[in-house]
Design a protein around this ligand. Structure first.
Ligand code: DGP
Length: 113
């Protein structure tokens, strides 16, 4: 846990969120500012900064994130979705605790957001 990390506080239950999945390794909750009918953040419990750190330091959590992302999409948008990892400020990352955006429920174009 990182003391000043928003997602660590959500994982700890100190800040409320609408959870859609919780496992020993992963949590998933709805994005506070959804960009599509389905917009869920899938987050490793371990505080790592981005997806590459997750792969290097907690690969079993990253693998479970992929499984949870698919389960959410199966339940909410016919198994069809985009999984986005913004990495770095200029790519739009604003929370520096790794998270994959599961986005779906509408046809998705290819233009960068
Ligand atoms: P990114 O910009 O890729 O780092 O994504 C961070 C996302 O986190 C952004 O889409 C908005 C979301 N977010 C920010 N603060 C909160 C919050 O307090 N609760 C929830 N549920 N989502 C949040």
């Amino acid at each position: 846990m990182s003391a000043d990390c928003l997602f660590c506080k959500i994982i700890a239950g100190d800040i409320p969120a609408e959870f859609v999945a919780q496992t020993d390794r992963v949590v998933a909750f709805r994005d506070i500012s959804p960009k599509a009918p389905v917009h869920v953040l899938v987050v490793p419990r371990t505080h790592v900064e981005n997806v590459a750190q997750a792969a290097a330091q907690v690969p079993e959590e990253l693998a479970e994130m992929a499984q949870v992302a698919q389960q959410i999409a199966d339940a909410e948008c016919d198994g069809q979705y985009r999984w986005i990892f913004n990495t770095g400020e200029s790519a739009g990352q604003s929370v520096f605790h790794a998270h994959g955006h599961v986005v779906g429920g509408t046809p998705l174009g290819w233009e960068p957001a």
